[in-house]
Ligand binder design. Structure first.
Ligand code: UN1
Length: 501
């Protein structure tokens, strides 16, 4: 069957060694290769990467700067066409990309399919958006004056991307910066360089010039070198709030440097409020998806379930049953619902936290003995404020609320300072309206799961400690990657050029 053929292709491609290297103007760099491991079994490397040295970073920035004017002057139609060819190439190579997603990032097959889809969607959406928005626009003014607004590239952008969407977010940041007319230096997360390397090769094949897109895999040193450089005219970053703050400091640290934008998408303490009118089966399905899909490793994921006390026992009882039905294991196995977490450091932190909360466990599962697995765990808290921080894994906290407390529940969630996603399950229209008006979040989900924002329909991103905006996959995203130039010409004055009239 097609499924069997796909699964054996996944096994076959997954067994091959994969190699990535930093690319400066399309040229592989020299250096020592480091192993890239599989979260499902860190003793089995999936391939190797040669990371960028500080010299490679410097050379990439010089080459990008030299290409900046040429790329900004390339018609937007040509830049958009590159993104559309890239979308086609990503689709054509989807099997290989899925395999890398499964083995390098530990994603389930279902998540890997969604990841490739989202990357393709970003390319096509930003291509269409750029064509619409980068046309010069005439603005009304007095007779005898011409006013025109133009968008143009700002200069080299550093795109610093996370391991949790190693293709989709990587591609989303890079294509937005490119189509807006900027050269890009792209730094993937250290855990997931292989899939990003393939994406960059495909982007070059799609027509993005090699000196316009450089690939700089590496750790925090590479990121710090990029953000410290005056050659960087903007940063797109997805990752932790703390790192976003460090980047902002670095961008502002040198008084002689231009002020450049930071587009940051960071963490959340995402809550779902459930009232006593909600449909329990639907709540439980949406909670399991929101909290445990992708092993809870999405910034959109549900961390805190806030259930009205008169239905709490029933919901928790059903939730335990639904958790028991989850299959933990090898992400390359089609039956798996919950795969491993990304690396040993995440694994250790999550297990230590989970253990420290043992007295408050409501329910948990057994984990496989090898691999970086964290058992999905339900933890009871007394108050919203007891959730100390974002735990980036399959750990869900539960608190209860009483009738009449809705406004204060939302206010207490808002008071934590994050503002990414929030969920509500209720069949009362006034309750939904109340939460819509009070919730300070970027994405509010009513009577559905809280993850899986769709490019173009559900622009994604938060506020406060969760990010700077604009929203990825939304109509305003590209604008932040561009400079606005207003050109005003007096066509009546003596010096006016008759051809302008
Ligand atoms: C993230 O985890 O960094 O809505 C973003 C979602 C995804 C975005 C998650 N489209 O779940």
């Amino acid at each position: 069957t097609t499924l069997d053929a796909t699964l054996s292709a996944i096994a076959e491609i997954g067994a091959k060694p994969h190699a990535a290297t930093a690319l400066v103007s399309g040229q592989a760099v020299s250096g020592t290769a480091r192993a890239v491991v599989r979260p499902a079994d860190p003793s089995q490397p999936i391939g190797t990467v040669i990371e960028a040295s500080s010299d490679d970073v410097a050379r990439a920035l010089i080459a990008a700067d030299a290409a900046a004017d040429r790329w900004a002057a390339t018609p937007v139609e040509e830049r958009a066409a590159c993104l559309e060819r890239l979308a086609d190439l990503l689709e054509a190579h989807r099997l290989e990309l899925m395999v890398l997603c499964v083995h390098e990032a530990g994603k389930t097959i279902g998540d890997a399919v969604a990841e490739i889809r989202e990357a393709v969607d970003f390319c096509r959406y930003y291509a269409v958006n750029a064509r619409e928005q980068f046309r010069p626009v005439s603005l009304p003014g007095p007779t005898g004056e011409l006013n025109e607004l133009r968008l143009t590239g700002r200069g080299t952008f550093a795109c610093i991307s996370p391991w949790n969407f190693p293709l989709a977010i990587f591609i989303g940041q890079v294509t937005a910066a490119l189509v807006a007319g900027n050269p890009v230096v792209a730094k993937p997360a250290p855990q997931t360089p292989l899939i990003a390397f393939r994406a960059v090769q495909l982007a070059h094949e799609a027509g993005i010039p090699a000196d316009v897109l450089h690939f700089l895999p590496g750790g925090p040193d590479v990121g710090a070198a990029l953000t410290a450089s005056a050659a960087v005219h903007g940063v797109a970053f997805t990752g932790s709030t703390g790192t976003a703050r460090a980047i902002a400091r670095s961008l502002l640290s040198d008084d002689s440097r231009p002020l450049v934008p930071l587009i940051a998408e960071t963490g959340g303490l995402n809550a779902m409020i459930v009232d006593s009118t909600a449909l329990p089966e639907q709540v439980v399905g949406d909670v399991v998806t929101s909290a445990f899909r992708s092993a809870g490793q999405r910034c959109s994921a549900l961390r805190l379930l806030i259930v009205q006390e008169d239905v709490a026992d029933r919901i928790i009882h059903m939730l335990k049953g639904a958790m028991d039905a989850l299959v933990l294991g090898d992400p390359a196995d089609i039956r798996t619902d919950v795969g491993p977490v990304i690396d040993a450091s995440a694994h250790n932190k999550l297990l230590a936290y989970r253990q420290s909360m043992k007295a408050q466990w409501i329910h948990t599962l057994e984990a496989p003995h090898t691999g970086l697995f964290v058992p999905p765990t339900l933890i009871r808290l007394n108050a919203i404020e007891d959730l100390s921080q974002e735990w980036f894994g399959p750990i869900l906290h539960v608190v209860s609320w009483k009738a009449g407390e809705l406004d204060s529940v939302v206010a207490r969630i808002n008071a934590r300072g994050y503002g990414l996603t929030m969920g509500l399950h209720s069949r009362v229209a006034e309750t939904a309206e109340r939460v819509k008006s009070l919730a300070k979040v970027g994405n509010l989900y009513v009577n559905r799961s809280m993850i899986g924002a769709v490019v173009g329909s559900q622009p994604f991103g938060g506020e406060g400690l969760s990010g700077t905006g604009p929203k990825a996959g939304g109509p305003h995203y590209l604008l932040r990657f561009a400079s606005e130039r207003t050109v005003s010409v007096d066509t009546t004055s003596a010096g006016g050029n008759a051809t302008l009239l």
